[in-house]
Design a protein around this ligand. Sequence first.
Ligand SMILES: [Zn+2]
Length: 308
Amino acid sequence: MQRLAGLARFVPLRPYDYVGRKEACNICGASATLPVSGYDRRIKRLNTVVCSDCGLIRTDPMPTEAELADYYRHSYRLDYQLAGSGPPRRHLVRTRAEAVRRADLFAPVLAPGARVLDYGCGSGEFLAEGGRRQWTMVGVEPGEAYAGYARGLGLSVHSDLPQTEEPFDAITSNHVFEHLRDPLGTLRSLVALLKPEGVLYLAVPDMGPSPRPAFDRLHFAHVHGFLPETLDLLASSAGLCLDPRFPRQGTNAVYTRGSCDLRPDPTLAERVRAGFNPISPLAYILGGAWIGATYRRLKRDVADTLWR
Ligand SMILES: [Zn+2]
């Protein structure tokens, strides 16, 4: 029965089973918004808006902490993978490659023994890669399945942000901030753990202009959406500026302490909205272009389940 209830969450054209709360913009505190989409990639009803004052994208109403926890407990793994326990092969191949790229980025500024925190470390590939480079690696991962897998490899993983750790030379967070209800509060907590000259790496999906259907770019677990401009504004609000020593690649960026004091750009919201393709799910379905993408996604999920 439990499994049936879980599957019912995937029935298209129906709203998600949550009430949520109206919330002000997490970065600038404004309440005015423009609409972005009424559906998400599962073609379920989900309302997404952009802040009129600063361009930050958010789910509206915002799911409560308890509702998000419930979603992760019952739907998230099923939504992302058919696999049972442990990370699927595709996940590991992708995250190991990303871990090497991220470590290469920091290699010029981190000496052996440097302290590095990975916030949202998942199954721990970046922790392992940093360990191979003789950095002291600490991870934070609230998802018990992945945290347990990483601990099984001998990696140091907390389930929540450690309060009493020594400060870090580098803090990284790869595709985590789009999941957070309070990205600014979390970023401030991370900055408090950063050494004065430390660097902080943020990577999130880039929600800038794209021809993809708007609904196909949105997901219940992604309660905030960023463009390079809003990621920089978030960082500035937490006392960080872009670190000119590192290349900026869209919404992958490295910051360090400074007072660049960015201001919200009131023209951004309209550009954000215009960058979303408003094609309706029905028009998209009738157009048939989704068949290839769905086939490839299914094939990949089945392959992950069979070859582990
Ligand atoms: Zn705002």
